[in-house]
Design a binder for this molecule. Structure first.
Ligand code: XUL
Length: 525
């Protein structure tokens, strides 16, 4: 009999599953369900409900459960012996707020997602109530950002008080799926909980002052936070019967998609940085101790192995790239060709890609800025390079505050398959870069399920051994920084920083002077 373990990743645009066979060391099954294409009745684009006001990003939580049902139905029809799945773990997009009533029905029919920007006023109000950003960081290790969950709860309390009153339980996305799979277990774990900005990763406790500042009776609606390396229950009998799974199948604590992206890219020891190139861009690294950023730009998150995961998130990433491919009818290869014949530094044309607000820097109302484009500068090629460099520089500018010793950057997410993205990240971050094969977060979830199950059944296999067995680096696409681009990217980083600061009214170098220097002397930094 095989020892199979499954990981589900309920992300913004799709739901994925990976099944691994631990003894054989094989990934035996991979599948995905796209919300837009496979569940058209929910009428989403990129997994998000259309027609909502600017800045609002919401989905119907029922859609995620429908996607889980569909993916388990497809698994049942496959040739995987699904009864042999010993444990299943769920990864979820972080920060989304699912509100349930006493009967387990959504008390608010839609869930605000990680990229919803409608709660800027709530972030300010909460921060003021606690006594400013420094005080807030002492309370929860993080500043309040519209992406996080605390301001979403305050938004509900302020704007839909009757819905809040009717709410018995507040969940994050993966906790909601866990609750569904187990038939009612209500619990959280440190990784995703640290992304609520309500629960302190240093003390391991909810902050009473922040809870009180939202609602005097908030605690009764929040699940307890238990460790991440335990199972929380078993698959419900009902679901086991419906999908031919075993009632012995355990459901482990699960976690946020970034925590599981870390596991799925082997980022479980110091020195490795994962850069995830998906709908959002994130960069994170394993740490033994929490890292608290006094400016709150690097999030103080926990990982899913009992350690810490400082994380940078930029909320604009695939959007700019996808749109430019669509507008000019390009695919990845044609885009790569264009990048191959345009100069690094883009002749001083730079794009700040804050298309729809931005998480880092904290600018919920931001719009994109095009700088240095001459009269004839808005051609396809130069726009393509501007999009690529703009996104990578935006990610890098936030990342600089991360206290990481970068031995190697591991890339995951859809865009990690693009040569242009890999090389530009190596050049701008001045580090070696290697893409990781497979489905980062879903694979991480499957590995986590195997790790916890072995711990609990006395088998004892370490997370490091499992990662060694299952995480495959795409060595053919490993990239090192090109020395000839180094000087120009040094200048471009200065230019991006100067522009970004000036746009925010902060003291900065003169961007016009930096651009003029770049054009006069393109190879000297
Ligand atoms: C991280 C974040 C995003 C989502 C995407 O803080 O908001 O990376 O987790 O699913």
């Amino acid at each position: 009999m095989s020892q199979l373990f499954a990981g589900l990743d309920v992300s913004t645009q799709s739901c994925k599953i990976v099944v691994i066979d631990v003894d054989a060391g094989d990934v035996v099954y991979v599948d995905s369900v796209s919300y837009d294409a496979d569940l058209p009745e929910y009428r989403t684009r990129g997994g998000v409900i259309q027609g909502l006001p600017v800045g609002v990003s919401e989905s119907d939580p029922g859609m995620w459960l429908a996607a889980v049902d569909l993916i388990l139905e497809k698994l049942e029809r496959s040739d995987v012996p699904q009864k042999e799945i010993r444990s299943l773990s769920v990864s979820g997009q972080q920060h989304g707020l699912v509100a349930l009533d006493r009967n387990g029905r959504p008390s608010r029919p839609r869930c605000k997602l990680w990229n919803d920007y409608s709660t800027g006023a709530e972030c300010r109000a909460l921060t003021e109530r606690i006594g400013g950003m420094e005080a807030m960081i002492v309370e929860v290790g993080n500043s309040q950002r519209p992406g996080y969950t605390a301001p979403k709860i305050l938004h509900l309390v302020r704007h839909e008080p009757e819905l809040f009153e009717n709410t018995a339980t507040l969940f994050l996305v993966h906790n909601y799926v866990n609750w569904y799979l187990t038939g009612g277990v209500t619990i959280m774990e440190p990784g995703d909980a640290s992304g609520m900005a309500l629960w302190n990763p240093k003390t391991g406790r909810y902050s009473a002052p922040v809870l009180d500042a939202i609602h005097p009776d908030l605690m009764s609606r929040l699940p307890n936070v238990a460790p991440s390396d335990v199972s929380i229950g078993r698959l419900s009998e009902d679901l086991a019967a419906r999908f031919g799974l075993s009632t012995e199948c355990t459901i482990d604590a699960g976690s946020g998609d970034n925590m599981y992206g870390a596991v799925g890219t082997g980022n479980v020891a110091p020195g490795i940085v994962t850069v995830s190139l998906g709908t959002s861009g994130t960069a994170y690294t394993f740490m033994e101790e929490p890292f608290i950023d006094p400016e709150g730009e690097i999030a103080a998150f926990c990982d899913s192995t009992g350690h810490h995961l400082p994380l940078l998130c930029v909320s604009n990433l695939a959007n700019g790239y996808d749109e430019i491919l669509r507008r000019f009818g390009l695919n990845h290869e044609r885009f790569n060709e264009i990048i191959g014949r345009t100069p690094p530094g883009n002749d001083g044309c730079l794009l700040i890609p804050w298309y729809a607000g931005e998480r880092t820097p904290d600018l919920p109302q931001a719009a994109p800025a095009y700088f240095g484009f001459p009269l004839d500068g808005f051609g396809r090629d130069s726009l393509c390079r501007a999009v690529l460099e703009g996104h990578v520089l935006n990610l890098y500018t936030g990342f600089r505050r991360m206290p990481a010793e970068v031995r190697e950057i591991r890339l995951t997410g859809g865009l990690s398959r693009s040569h242009a993205w890999c090389q530009t990240i190596a050049d701008v971050f001045a580090a070696e870069v290697v893409p990781v094969e497979g489905e980062g977060a879903a694979l991480g979830a499957a590995i986590h399920a195997a790790w916890v199950w072995h711990k609990e059944t006395g088998g004892g296999i370490s997370i490091h051994e499992l990662v060694e067995r299952f995480v495959k680096l795409d060595e053919a696409r490993r990239r090192t920084p090109e020395t000839r681009s180094r000087a120009v990217y040094q200048q471009q980083k200065r230019l991006f920083e100067a522009l970004s600061r000036r746009l925010r009214g902060l003291p900065a170098e003169d961007p016009f002077r930096i651009r003029a220097e770049m054009l006069e002397n393109p190879t000297e930094g």
